[in-house]
Design a protein around this ligand. Structure first.
Ligand code: HEM
Length: 261
């Protein structure tokens, strides 16, 4: 197929090629298939960007450029938020139209998304750069979390990595709700019961050591404060005095009587 851009804008952005990547009206299973294709195609582009930016984060951590790494992580957070918001456009897709699209999707599944696979893999490639940085600064993870202000820049990066995890799981949460809304909770999908499969994904951790350190810190604290372990009250907090019998609920004022015309 030949594409003939007419302006520099179209030439630079390769607009004709881009707009040829969606089915023509006569090819669509239903008019809403355009929405379905656009949301998925745009998501692949944003996920490609997340992968690229995460690799930048790794390189910046290696070069001890923490401020730049943090700036990039914040950019990534906003892309992840945008990916979550884009799901909302599909709330308006009816179950019946989704079924029409499903018929032409073949055995295609979101699990095969190359962008999503990269977003799940890239944290494992970035974390070693963070660990090497901790080594260079001669601080362990638990020491960093015990006294964040001693290494404020490192701590901010660690927390921004946790936010990557968090936002990706926020996307998964919203996606599950979209799936339930569109095809229900119990419907079996191509690979078994989708609710079980997707809920399993919600328990995944992309930076497990940054989650574990919270448990470790709490473990230390509860060992040092045995009476406080398990969030039991230590006696310094007094229970609230019993409140007197609640007054009867106020009655809503009666609407004014209408005069019959
Ligand atoms: C009406 C809209 C949607 C429906 C009904 C839907 C349905 C599903 C279902 C049933 C699964 C489980 C795996 C399977 O059985 O194929 C799944 C997984 C997935 N979908 Fe969607 N999806 C929708 C929109 C989207 C969008 C817009 C994206 C954006 C890229 C997306 C990306 C994914 C990904 C990445 C997975 C794997 C998730 C994981 O492993 O946690 N889906 N989807």
């Amino acid at each position: 197929m030949s594409f003939s851009p007419t302006t520099d804008y179209e030439l630079y952005l390769r607009v004709p090629e881009l707009l040829s990547l969606q089915k023509s009206p006569s090819e669509r299973a239903c008019p809403d298939e355009l929405l379905f294709q656009v949301v998925h195609q745009a998501a692949e582009l944003w996920m490609k960007l997340v992968d690229h930016e995460m690799q930048q984060v790794g390189a910046r951590l290696s070069a001890d450029q923490l401020a730049d790494a943090l700036k990039t992580l914040r950019r990534i957070h906003s892309v992840l938020a945008l990916l979550g918001q884009s799901l909302e456009t599909l709330y308006s897709l009816t179950p019946a139209d989704y079924m029409r699209i499903r018929e032409v999707l073949g055995r295609g599944s979101g699990q095969e998304s190359p962008g999503f696979k990269r977003m799940m893999a890239v944290p494992g490639e970035v974390y070693p750069h963070f660990e090497a940085l901790l080594d260079r600064r001669k601080v362990t993870l638990i020491e960093l979390y015990r006294q964040p202000s001693l290494h404020a820049d490192l701590f901010q990066v660690a927390e921004a990595l946790v936010d990557y995890d968090l936002r990706l799981q926020e996307w998964r949460n919203r996606h599950i709700l979209l799936v339930y809304r569109t095809i229900g909770v119990g419907t079996p999908s191509l690979k078994g019961k989708h609710s079980e499969l997707l809920e399993r994904g919600l328990r995944q951790q992309f930076f497990p050591k940054l989650w574990q350190v919270r448990d470790d810190l709490y473990g230390e604290w509860s060992a040092a404060h045995p009476s406080g372990a398990g969030y039991a009250l230590t006696g310094t907090v007094q229970p609230e005095p019993e409140s007197p019998a609640a007054p009867p609920p106020a009655r809503a004022p009666k609407p004014p009587k209408r005069r019959a015309k």
